[in-house]
Every structure is written in structure tokens, then in C-alpha cells.
Write a protein that binds this ligand. Structure first.
Ligand SMILES: [Zn+2]
Length: 316
């Protein structure tokens, strides 16, 4: 979709998950206009989302918000070479700029008193959704740059091109182009009448139980990935796989594709490498979830929580 002025009509998107719906026109038709990019990157009215070693620049507090810098302030910082055009809001350009090369960002004069670098996963749910989405977008794109400095074909260094949406191999005999990665993962709530299947992985916070999830493999449809993952992790056979919604999850590089699946068997057999426990929960048990160290639901900004809540409240 390259059309000028494309902006997703949020009112018509009836299922928006957190970190989606950033409200920018990605303006991909401008990514090759180097003169325009340079002038916008330096402009006082342009807004810059800073990323430092996967952390986001935020004004912290009870109601955190992104700490934007102007383009003009940003280009005064030394050694900038990793940036991308995020898009436009009206005439205003938004950029992501990675300043990971600066050892102590808090010592940079432009940043003093403006905010702190924090892990977006810690503050994300407290941000206005549109701004949380912008920070996640910037983080995901800058992470990709940080991991693709060398060509996967010939091993030569790569260079950023097309407004930060391509990394071009610098070897004239290769010239391979590398594009930003988003790894598809399926996430699914398995239901059986009035009960649903929730699992617990060792890495979860205390008491948390959630939907099952896993990466889509090459040569596999999303429905096949749902069926395979549920069987591998919990030994349950499922059918009637239905799509719900999706969520960008750039922590570091996923898109979560949410599904419901109906169980065709009941006996759970967990894969101990994936889960420490899985259980059937009645709708009532989920509704009465104490959110304690005994039983809590996934974080409110996750699609897992959305899948569970929509099912519990009969919106599935
Ligand atoms: Zn190469």
C-alpha cells in the first residue's frame, strides 16, 4: 500500500489492540526522497522518538508519555547514523533515531531534564495507545537495524537506505537488500463449551496463566500452526480455528495473530519444556480471577488478555 495519504480509519477498525493504531501515514512514497528526508530530519517541527539500546525515551510518572525531541534538537547530537522515517501526521514528520552509540545519554545536553530511557514493556500499558504504538514501532525498527549490520548472503557490511526501511549490502558484487523483519506468531485461546485452557510457562510472573502461543514455521498455514502448537504444548487436539485480531509485538520482532480454537479432546499432556502447568478453567473461575500470586491474567495490553476477556464476556 503505497497510496499517498493512506491513514487507517480507526473508527472503522473495530478490533484495535494495544501497540496497533499509531495513526501515522507511513508515507512510503517519500522514503526515496533523500533531500526531503534530510530536511525533515533537521526540521524544528519534526518529532523524534529516541531509542537507546532497546529502551524508549519517556517522561515517567503516574501518567507517562513519550518524550519527543524536535528534529532540530536531535541532529545536533554526535554520530547519528541510525534513523528511520516513521511517517507523517498531517504535514508533521515523525522519525525514530537510535542513539545506542552514546555511552551515557543522560549526559547529552539536549536530553537533560527531558525524560528517561526505560523499557517500553514496563510503561507501555500506561501510555495513550496511539503513543504507545509509536514507541513500539520505533523500538522494533531500530532493533532490526541493530541486528542486521551485516549481509546474511555475503557477510559484508550493510547500509541503511529508503528512509530506514532497507539495509543494502555494501559489496558491489552482492547488493542484496534486506527488509525489516516481523516474525508471525500465533496465539490462541482453546475453548471447550464453558471452559478454556490456560497454561503457565516458567518465565511468567508469579501466578500468571495465559493462552498458548508459538511461532509460525515455514510452509505452514496459520491454522496449522495453531493446531500444531496446541497439540505440542498441551496434547489437546483442536478444530474450528477462528481468527480474532492481531497485535504488533515488537519485543523484539513479532506480530501476534490471535485465534480461538475449539477442543476436540480434553486430556491435557503438557510439554515440560514449554509449560510448567496447563488447566481447564471455567468461565466463572476466570471471571472471579483474584489477580494474585495464585492466579492472575496476562497483562492488560496483551492480545492474550483480550482473547480471554472477549471469550469470558461472550464477545468471542
Ligand atoms: Zn551481501
Amino acid at each position: 500500500l503505497n497510496g499517498r495519504g493512506l491513514r487507517v480509519n480507526l473508527a472503522r477498525m473495530h478490533r484495535i489492540n494495544f501497540y496497533a493504531g499509531g495513526g501515522l501515514d507511513r508515507a512510503s512514497h517519500l522514503r526515496n526522497d533523500r533531500a526531503w528526508l534530510q530536511s525533515r530530519l533537521a526540521a524544528p517541527e519534526s518529532q523524534v522518538v529516541l531509542v537507546w539500546r532497546t529502551q524508549s525515551f519517556v517522561v515517567t510518572g503516574a501518567e507517562p508519555r513519550p518524550a519527543f525531541l524536535s528534529g532540530h534538537e536531535t541532529i545536533a547530537m554526535p554520530g547519528l547514523d541510525r534513523w528511520a522515517l516513521l511517517g507523517l501526521k498531517g504535514e508533521q514528520a515523525f522519525f525514530a533515531v537510535d542513539i545506542s552509540h552514546i555511552e551515557q545519554p543522560q549526559a547529552v545536553p539536549q536530553l537533560q531534564g527531558r525524560g528517561e530511557f526505560v523499557d517500553l514493556r514496563g510503561v507501555g500499558p500506561l501510555l495513550p495507545r496511539e503513543e504507545g504504538s509509536l514507541l513500539a514501532y520505533a523500538r522494533g525498527l531500530m532493533y532490526w537495524h541493530s541486528r542486521h549490520g551485516f549481509c546474511g548472503v555475503c557477510g559484508a557490511a550493510t547500509e541503511s537506505a529508503e528512509g530506514g526501511f532497507v539495509r543494502q549490502c555494501s559489496n558491489p558484487g552482492c547488493k542484496a537488500q534486506h527488509f525489516p523483519r516481523t516474525d508471525p506468531a500465533v496465539i490462541m485461546l482453546v475453548t471447550d463449551g464453558e471452559s478454556c485452557l490456560l497454561g503457565r510457562a516458567a518465565r511468567f510472573v508469579s501466578g500468571m496463566r495465559s493462552t498458548l502461543a508459538g511461532f509460525v514455521e515455514p510452509g505452514e498455514s496459520l491454522e496449522e500452526a495453531v493446531t500444531r502448537e496446541v497439540f505440542e504444548e498441551a496434547g489437546i487436539e483442536v478444530g474450528d480455528v477462528r481468527y480474532h485480531s492481531s497485535q504488533p509485538w515488537p519485543f523484539p520482532a513479532s506480530i501476534m495473530l490471535g485465534f480461538y480454537a475449539r477442543a476436540r479432546s480434553r486430556e491435557i499432556k503438557i510439554d515440560p519444556n514449554e509449560l510448567v502447568d496447563a488447566k481447564w478453567y471455567s468461565r466463572r473461575e476466570v471471571l472471579d480471577c483474584p489477580n494474585s500470586d495464585d492466579f492472575r491474567l496476562p497483562r492488560p495490553d496483551s492480545i492474550a488478555r483480550r482473547l480471554i476477556e472477549d471469550w469470558v464476556h461472550g464477545r468471542a
